[in-house]
Design a protein around this ligand. Structure first.
Ligand code: TYD
Length: 208
């Protein structure tokens, strides 16, 4: 039986360059000879991609805060069961572009449900498969939203108010402070290569 792989999630508000860093981190791990699965949320499995459509399209009123949080949690449970857990069991390293901390920050912190309530509804679906390390990419206020307006302005969640997105950012800082062993803040300013080096530094204990 192969040794269980490691699970890393990348998080952050809109427009922090997360996707670029997910690819760069996967390349860096593959160069070290590791077998890597890159995945994303909401999505990452057939069922979860279907739920993604329901979550990111349509009017704001399509889902209330609780239904929205439960749909993210349901998508995540399927993603874990069908993609993440099998990969970890087979010894792969998993890098997920967003995971549970997005729900804690968006639905919990900004959506008004509270971080603890959202953690509780997600625990059932995640079971033992919590990330070994979570990296939250941060940019100083303003820069992030300016970039995001071009990128994500039109989806159901990316298009929410600046006030909502400020609360997301604040919640990410709270999450990092509450769980410093698992969650690290990474400065996402400057050249992409420099950010990748900061990420590799933040996960160096996993790589030993
Ligand atoms: P996506 O297009 O994947 O955006 P990004 O490039 O910012 O990752 O859209 C995902 C959106 O869903 C994004 O606005 C964050 C939001 N989201 C939540 O609100 N809760 C969650 O649990 C997850 C995973 C994402």
């Amino acid at each position: 039986m192969s040794e269980r792989g490691r699970f890393i999630s990348l998080e952050g508000g809109e427009g922090v360059g997360k996707s670029t860093q997910v690819k760069a981190l996967a390349d860096a791990l593959r160069q070290r000879g590791l077998d890597v699965l890159v995945t994303r949320e909401p999505g990452g499995s057939e069922g979860a991609e279907r739920i993604r459509e329901l979550l990111l399209t349509g009017s704001q009123e399509r889902w209330g805060a609780r239904a929205e949080a439960l749909l993210f949690a349901a998508a995540r449970a399927d993603h874990v069961e069908k993609a993440i857990e099998p990969a970890l069991k087979s010894g792969k390293w998993v890098i997920s572009d967003r995971f549970v901390d997005s729900s804690l920050a968006y639905q919990g912190g900004a959506g008004g449900l509270g971080i603890e309530a959202v953690r509780a509804i997600n625990a059932f679906g995640i079971d033992e498969n919590f990330p070994d390390c979570t990296l939250i990419l941060t940019l100083e206020e303003g820069g992030e939203r300016a970039r995001a307006r071009d990128l994500n302005g039109s989806d159901r969640i990316g298009g929410r108010s600046d006030d909502y997105h400020r609360k997301v950012e604040a919640a990410f800082h709270i999450i990092a402070a509450e769980d410093p062993d698992r969650v690290k803040l990474v400065d996402a300013s400057g050249a992409a290569d420099a950010v990748t080096l900061r990420i590799l530094e933040a996960i160096k204990e996993l790589l030993q």
